[in-house]
Design a binder for this molecule. Sequence first.
Ligand code: SAH
Ligand code: SF4
Length: 334
Amino acid sequence: MERALFEKGISGWEQVTTLPKSFRTMLSERIPWMSLRESIVLESRKKDTKKAILECEDGSKIETVLMQNARGHWSICVSSQVGCAMGCTFCATGKMGFTRNLSTDEIVDQFRFWRSHLDTNLSSGEVGESRNSLISNVVFMGMGEPLANYDAVRDSIVLLLRSTSLGPTRITVSTVGLLPALRKLLADPLWPSVRLAISLHSADAESRKRLMPSSFDSFLDDLVTWTRLYFERNEERRRHLTFEYILLRGVNDREEDARKLLLFSRRVGKVRVNLIPYNSTANDYREMDEKEALRFLLTLKRGGVMATIRKAMGKDIAAACGQLVTRVLSRDRD
Ligand code: SAH
Ligand code: SF4
């Protein structure tokens, strides 16, 4: 039965012909095929990114993103909560506050939604240039803090690994750095060996606390201790841990900040740093220009840190983290 949920071309219980007819009818009456309903889908001008707002059964709205990657396959970005309690000052979801955790089904159904969307739209030539409908990567970088919804996130990953062709290195969980949950996953035999991205954004305790109210004085030291344990237990996963760093002009982008990040990365030992261009949400921060961002990157690279700058996608359809839902909600209110 579980497999049918992921089967291509099946869009309702009635079509699951491996089940007896009476059982299918009972299922259609009692269990919705999808826990989420399409509300809005927007496409970027380049047609390589789509964003959807999906409505949960209780009327809550979440967003999820589909992006074409270099090989013509697709990556999706999923939400793990309605809103977020962490209150990061640069994040549109953070400003919405927290409503509730998503269930395992609601997380997995974001994958199923895009699968079915691609199946329907690729055949009519409506999506991007690729005809390949393979979703090859899933990132937990939508609304919410995945590790604050630990069980449902873990169970949704286990389900995706069991029911799709995705391998663990094709799934990335991004976290604000919730240390109790990071410690828990170290000792959890059921936690799959997915990639982890830790949103660092500053290697200075005071400035990190200002940007991310969930941070605290000893966070950076505690994180170094955690990474040691993580690498001790999973040496082979060293490549699968990254630090994310949003570049905010005049806030965390100075030479001095790059050097602090460099020193911090050295303390952790070989780790990758991913620099993220800031996506303006409420004009409270400014994006760094490209030349300056490259200079920041160079400081890290010269110091021996593996660093990259993330390509920004789908800017014209309101990019990172909760922006789309926030705009639609405020439009609804107007
Ligand atoms: N709560 C998790 C995952 C969701 S946010 C986390 O914070 O990691 C996913 C990523 O988007 C995080 O690295 C977050 O810092 C980043 N992000 C949030 N708002 C952004 C913005 N306006 N511009 C660029 N990146 C942003
Ligand atoms: Fe929550 Fe992540 Fe946004 Fe911070 S950046 S408020 S943790 S969703």
